[in-house]
Design a protein. Structure first.
Length: 303
């Protein structure tokens, strides 16, 4: 979805270039309005985070500081001030000569649960002439918070339940679309785990965690990993008798440290000595880690 405005912008710039040889720059020349940058904004709450900033914008700079009150309104809020979050100030200031600032909010990490999706509505208290009628409720913004737990690759080792749309469509010798699997750290590759007999008996796969940016906790699956032989899954051989797998190029694969799960969008395909034969499809899979005790109690269900 983010690509669409970029493509439209690029097309607009190309059209402008073909109609004029001179570059023309236009800037906003209208009245001064104050507003939130977005009607709805999403923020991660991290364990050691000092605060997150809700962005406020102005359409014109001023030659002096501009300070406005900020209030929380009940309508649309399900987070409790003082329990789930705290405003660090009930005012916000746009410095002289600048067009932006932010409302600083402290998310109360210990009081949020991993499954929370809590939000509150902020309102800027500004004079009527500073409100832009073109945008309804531009001085209000819904702020939604999500808890983000610290990443540790060791949290993704041990027993897990793999639920797979690949297994639903191509079960092979599996009786069910779920498997109880064992995972362990890769001995040489950093931030990488091995899933033993991930989709089919006798075939392991590896996943690498990209945990540097909490906002984009992505998972990568190295290309051309062997998921199974063709004969036992498809019933025939079209290539070199290997079903291969990697990340789907169409959907992100990601992990959740709080709830200890991985969503893996898998592309399964067949090749013949490196030459493409065909793609079996793009399959949604989720891997959910469980305790040793849970695994022991569930083992009979997977035998």
């Amino acid at each position: 979805m983010k690509r669409i405005p970029i493509i439209l912008l690029a097309l607009g710039l190309m059209m402008a270039a073909t109609t004029s040889c001179e570059q023309q720059y236009t800037t906003y020349q209208g009245p001064d309005y104050i507003m939130f940058a977005e009607a709805e904004q999403y923020y991660l709450v991290l364990e050691d985070q000092e605060y997150f900033g809700v962005k406020v914008s102005a359409t014109q700079p001023a030659d002096k500081d501009r300070t406005f009150a900020v209030e929380v309104i009940d309508n649309g809020s399900n987070a409790i001030e003082g329990v789930h979050y705290r405003l660090l100030s009930n005012t916000v200031t746009i410095p002289a000569g600048e067009l932006a600032t932010e409302v600083k909010v402290k998310g109360l990490y210990e009081n949020l649960t991993p499954t929370d999706s809590l939000g509150f509505v902020l309102r800027l208290v500004v004079p009527e002439q500073k409100k832009w009628d073109l945008y309804e409720n531009s001085t209000e913004s819904k702020v939604v918070m999500y808890k983000s737990c610290p990443y540790d690759v060791n949290d993704f080792t041990g027993w897990a339940i793999l639920s797979s749309m690949l297994l639903r469509d191509y079960p092979g010798e599996n009786a069910y679309y779920q498997r109880l699997v064992k995972t362990e750290l890769h001995p040489t590759k950093e931030n990488t785990i091995i899933i033993r007999e991930a989709f089919y008996d006798g075939y392991d796969v590896t996943l690498t965690f990209k945990g540097d940016d909490p906002e984009f906790p992505l998972v990568e699956m190295e290309a051309d990993q062997v998921l199974s032989d063709e004969a036992s899954v498809l019933g025939w051989v079209l290539g070199d008798n290997h079903i291969l797998g990697t990340n789907s190029p169409y959907y992100d694969s990601y992990f959740n440290s709080c709830q200890r799960f991985v969503v893996l969008w898998l592309q399964a395909y067949v090749e013949d000595l490196g030459e493409p034969v065909g793609t079996m499809g793009h399959f949604y899979n989720i891997i959910e880690w469980i305790s040793d005790e849970e695994a022991e109690s569930m083992r009979p269900d997977f035998q």
